[in-house]
Design a protein around this ligand. Structure first.
Ligand code: SAM
Ligand code: SF4
Length: 336
């Protein structure tokens, strides 16, 4: 059989600890129509100039090179990915890359009502929607501008478009929205056939501005009212630990990024919108791919740099609930 040289495999991206990297999180923009106060500090929101952001063509090239090393999952994120014009055509071309079997997106949901069906037709398989409260006034405060209702409509549209299962990501901030845990469980219990609700521990970026509520204490709040049984079979896998509600059957995931480090199984690489590749969410040390892309490097040269960079990945972060080193950079650029 003749192998197309554009598709011939490269060796996998493996680091010094034997971790294979098969998952790329692609931040398509550093812009966002919200300014969630735990994600985008008001004072550091200076956006990169448009010329410094990768073009779709350049992102497609990196995605194709990575697919040849065995990366088979891509998640679009941001900033807010639906902010970038031409997303549907980009998704269509990403979905056509040989080897990519899972293409998903993390979004604030505010534009899904009009975009979900177009994106699904383009080849998007699933969405994660971020939602930390069901109270419109609190929603406005957390997002520093957004409206709740379009997000709830967006979730309905995602269901109709078959972007399933929809994972709802809720960050729990100590003293701020802990009282939303049970209302979120009740609300999404009515959509248990299509939704998985996930609670994420707050990760302090640069400084510890809020209290991290541990995944185990969130689980205790739910277990004080509902019967919870462990659940394993969740598409997309990842670091979340899943349980199922005895009554409604709603699946609930807990992402214990701070109290239950899962660095030893990390398979992720993160490409920021300006071309900086990060091998760790917690560390800013990155590989700038833009000069290579714009300076005429061929695929073999890029892959050499990728392999060298992945080999430098540290064993894991040291941030804990009560100390250790906070994460570096700005979450709204890395994309989670
Ligand atoms: N704009 C999209 C959204 O809101 O889903 C995608 C980008 S956002 C940075 C990705 C995810 O990171 C969201 O689910 C958001 O709640 C989460 N996030 C942001 N800052 C966080 C923090 N400090 N700790 C934990 N999760 C955070
Ligand atoms: Fe924007 Fe998402 Fe960050 Fe909120 S969490 S500011 S919606 S990037």
């Amino acid at each position: 059989m003749k192998v197309n040289p554009e598709h011939s495999p490269f060796p996998p991206l493996v680091d010094a600890f034997g971790r294979h990297h098969s998952y790329l999180r692609l931040s398509v923009t550093d812009r966002c129509n919200f300014r969630c106060f735990y994600c985008m500090p008001r004072e550091t929101v200076a956006m990169k100039h448009r010329d410094r952001l990768l073009r779709y063509e350049e992102m497609l090239r990196i995605a194709s090179i990575m697919a040849r090393t065995g990366v088979d999952r891509i998640r679009l994120t941001g900033g807010e990915p639906t902010n970038r014009v031409g997303l549907d055509t980009f998704i269509e071309r990403l979905a056509a890359i040989p080897g990519i079997r899972d293409l998903s997106m993390t979004t604030n949901g505010s534009r899904l009502a009009s975009m979900a069906s177009v994106l699904a037709r383009a080849g998007l398989k699933r969405v994660n929607v971020s939602l930390d409260t069901l109270d419109p006034e609190r929603f406005r405060k957390i997002s520093r501008s957004g409206r709740l209702e379009p997000v709830l409509e967006g979730i309905r549209a995602a269901r109709q478009a078959g972007l399933l299962p929809i994972k709802i990501n809720a960050v729990v901030l100590g003293g701020l929205n802990e009282d939303e845990i049970l209302p979120l469980v009740d609300y999404f219990s009515r959509q248990a056939d299509s939704v998985i609700l996930r609670f994420i521990e707050y990760m302090p970026f640069q400084e510890r501005r809020f209290k991290t509520v541990s995944a185990s204490s969130i689980r205790r709040v739910i277990a004080s009212v509902h019967r919870l049984v462990p659940d394993l079979a969740v598409p997309g896998g990842g670091p979340a630990r899943y349980w199922r509600l005895g009554d409604s059957g709603l699946r609930i995931g807990f992402i214990a990024a701070i109290t239950g480090h899962f660095c030893s199984t990390c398979n992720r690489l993160r490409l920021e919108a300006d071309g900086h590749l990060r091998n760790c969410l917690a560390r800013e040390q990155s590989l700038d791919l833009r000069p290579m892309l714009r300076g005429g490097s061929d695929d073999a040269q890029i892959i050499r740099q990728l392999r060298r960079y992945v080999a430098t990945k540290g064993s894991g972060h040291t941030c804990r609930q009560d100390g250790g080193q906070p994460f570096e950079g700005v979450m709204a650029r890395v994309g989670g």
